[in-house]
Design a binder for this molecule. Structure first.
Ligand SMILES: [Fe+2]
Ligand SMILES: [Fe+2]
Length: 438
């Protein structure tokens, strides 16, 4: 039966989703990205290879940028205006993205994200871009296309990391594959991510094989480097000079490489306060963590460019471990302490590197300085916010900083004579090697 209408109409794929439907889906994507990045951040200390730690920090930052754009877009659409803070009918789905935090092992974590969760997000972004209206929803198309390209890169990386983690821990293979299957099954039970209506699934609760997450007390370290707690003699011997000339060039690169602790602290604190502080915390902490990963890479790349061998380069753990077993506020405090302590030296060092004709050290120090200026602001702001949320005096942020100084001092005082002799030997050998390559 055909009906004639007195109005103009045509079949229009553009009109498939109204403003409300669009905002519902974008809100779901926001919560998935948010939960995924929080889970990823918490695992940074547990994963040893340096290239995974640094790339993971970059992926977390990418997710946070996508999530922030999604969140702003939902606000623009004025989707029932106050409802963004609630997960609504997607609750069980979002729980699942948080549940990978309780993965039973490193390969299980890598596989469940690389094979299940990231592909689900990629496919959903793709479906969204294909079905939504590029005119009415043009602003979403721009950032979601970027996010889609990033998801493909993330999947490739996670797949490689998963494979190499399995290859070096074959005894974990069976458990890791079973965990990925558990995640896949739960994802399908809760209706997937997709672009359809929320499944309103009530399925939740513990996943078989899950292992409750604990902040690692000791960070996993890349065994290509010389493993130690204290990564340069001046850390344990105040009479040992920071140095000038070639020694300063080397010392600065060693410092940058050893900012690996700052990536780890960044990930742990992001995750520890994700549900206590507002979204802006996660967004700032993700950028912070990523910046520290860039500083770490700066040091690594300079040392390698000078033809030094990772096995002769000390990679320490003391700053991370100074905060272990403490309230995680001290992981945030530790970043604030070191950043405010060191920032004043940076412009002078950049100038010295300029005078040495070492453009790369100068360039890295100069960019590092800009990041650190921003971080000092983050540190003060979020320490105060965190204290306020806890019902404590926000002005006590400086006491947190002082306690961090004490924690580090106490930890440094546990250095054994063997460790002190060892790091002096390694530092001398590295300087001799650098002199040879000059
Ligand atoms: Fe840094
Ligand atoms: Fe920093």
């Amino acid at each position: 039966m055909s009906q004639t209408s007195e109005f103009l109409s045509s079949p229009q794929p553009r009109a498939r989703w109204m403003r409300f439907d669009t905002a519902q889906i974008l809100k779901r994507f926001f919560f998935c990205e948010r939960s995924l990045l929080v889970s990823e951040a918490s695992w940074i200390p547990a994963i040893a290879p340096l290239d995974i730690k640094t790339a993971l920090a970059r992926f977390i930052w990418q997710s946070s940028e996508t999530a922030d754009a999604l969140r702003n877009r939902v606000f623009e659409l004025r989707f029932p205006s106050r409802l963004l803070e609630e997960q609504g009918a997607d609750h069980a789905l979002i729980e699942l993205f948080s549940a990978v935090k309780d993965s039973p092992s490193v390969p299980a974590f890598l596989l469940s994200i690389g094979r299940i969760l990231l592909p689900a997000l990629r496919d959903s972004f793709q479906a969204y871009l294909a079905a939504s209206d590029a005119i009415a929803d043009g602003p979403t198309h721009r950032f979601l296309s970027v996010a889609l390209a990033e998801k493909s890169e993330q999947i490739t990386a996670f797949e490689q990391w998963g494979e190499s983690a399995l290859a070096s821990n074959p005894e974990l293979r069976e458990g890791a594959l079973a965990w990925a299957q558990t995640i896949a099954k739960r994802l399908s039970d809760v209706g997937g991510v997709g672009v359809g209506p929320s499944s309103s699934s009530a399925i939740a609760g513990p996943l078989p094989g899950a292992k409750a997450y604990n902040i690692p007390d000791r960070p996993a370290r890349d065994m290509r480097f010389w493993p130690c707690r204290f990564y340069w003699p001046d850390v344990v011997d105040p009479s040992y000079p920071y140095g000038e000339g070639m020694q300063l060039q080397l010392r600065s690169a060693i410092s940058h490489l050893n900012e690996v602790w700052a990536i780890e602290n960044g990930g742990v604190m992001l995750s520890a306060f994700a549900d206590i502080l507002p979204w802006e915390w996660i967004h700032n902490a993700a950028r912070w963590t990523y910046d520290e990963s860039r500083h770490c890479r700066m040091g690594y790349e300079r040392l390698i460019a000078w033809s030094l061998n990772p096995a002769e380069i000390p990679l320490g753990t003391y700053i991370y471990e100074s905060g272990s077993g403490q309230d995680p506020i001290y992981r945030l405090g530790m970043l604030y302490f070191f950043e405010t302590k060191n920032i004043r030296h940076k412009p002078a060092r950049a100038q010295l590197f300029h005078a040495y004709g070492d453009a790369l050290s100068e360039h890295d120090m100069d960019f590092d300085w800009a990041d650190e200026t921003m971080h000092a602001g983050y540190g003060k702001h979020w320490l105060k916010e965190l204290l306020a949320v806890r019902g404590q005096d926000p002005a006590a942020y400086d006491q947190v900083r002082e306690r961090c100084e004490k924690l580090v001092g106490d930890y440094v005082s546990t250095a054994t004579p063997d460790e002190v002799a060892g790091i002096k030997r390694v530092a001398s050998a590295l300087m001799a090697k650098a002199r040879q390559t000059m």
